[in-house]
Write a protein that binds this ligand. Sequence first.
Ligand SMILES: Cc1ncc(COP(=O)(O)O)c(C=O)c1O
Length: 432
Amino acid sequence: MAEWVYTDKPMHSENRRADARYADKDMATQCLHAGERWEKQSFWTSSTPIYHSTTYFYDSAQELDDRVYYRKPGYVYSRGGSPTNTALERALSTLEGAEVTHVCSSGMAASHLALLTAGAGKDKLILCSSDVYGSVYTMVENIFPHLGGRSILMDFTDLDKLEDTIRREKPAVVYFEVVTNPMTKVIDAPAVIEVAHRHGAVVIVDNTFTTPYLLKPFEIGADFVSHSVSKFLSGHGDVLAGSVSCYRKDFDKLHDMLIQVGCTLGPNEAWLALRGLKTFSLRMERQCANATEVARFLENHPLVERVRYPGLPSHPQHETARRIFGARSGDRPPRYGAMLNFDIAGGDGKASPGGKDRAFRFLDALRLILPATTLGDVYSLIVNPARTTHRWLDEEALAAIGISPGTFRMSVGIENVEDLKEDLDQALKACQ
Ligand SMILES: Cc1ncc(COP(=O)(O)O)c(C=O)c1O
């Protein structure tokens, strides 16, 4: 069987590099300008056009040949990319502090591409946090064994156990999310990356929950960063997209995987994501502030049993969160994200989740917050994980994670925070 050979094609990755014009600017400025207007035309457009063309040609056969053989940056066939995708790729490289980025058709496609590019496959072991997004969990368990690989899924919060496993099993790839879903456990990302590297593993961080607003994984040594761009980065619940950022040395392989899997992002989606990204920094500031306020409100509410939000001093990994999210904040206090988790109590204020019926009564009573499964949107969203994101786990497995029928995951949006508190309060009372 032919071996993969990746030659150095310097012009190949050129279009997807961070935008040097804005590298030293604040994230608010980067969100607006990075990736836009990067190629000189006889005129300028303030926003990048949507290039629908599937194929590209040039003034001479030689010019096309230069693109086919990656001697010059450009486009040949849109499965490999388009100028609209390029604008988004350059913007994301800039925000993540990455060398290069490829966008793709979903967050799942991004995780898959990152794993393939990082070396998962025949005779290779993936060591994956058991707290990753459910479909990533099942992909690691189901798809990679078909390719002749192996996987171990385990809790990444116990660093001693993790190091023992890494030392013994020698994984090729280590994959994790920094804030877990739905329990908001915070993994000590710098420590995990250090241990993985010490034992020769390549590290992928899914930065969907944390986003570059809280943490830039390349600054703490990650080799690959993947995203569901469908969430906070695009932010409006109107586009499915993913991204993989990496070092230039890995880009040719990533590009070949993208072309061969065929999961390129369409230009309309790239444009929507790019448009959503303009307000990313503004949205995150408001969402993090709203989440902090909502978490405090719920923590003091007599009908709430327990709240988990990394920004609350009562959160078990609050100190870890403060340290790792503080690292990128410079002169501002750390931000703790917009995801929280709470259990409703019985009418007496004691733990009495009340089962599925009470959970459904709570969801049905909400008037403003949307009971929908995604996260990261401008709208606040709530799900009960036992019936949605974690529905395939039995009661024992749910209890082991800490999920009861009365556990809710909330993604806090940009609404007026008093309106959010009022909606939660009336639904908590109505479901008793
Ligand atoms: C952390 C995380 N990674 C990846 C994904 C997959 O993203 P997508 O739905 O865009 O395929 C999700 C989806 O919810 C997610 O929460």
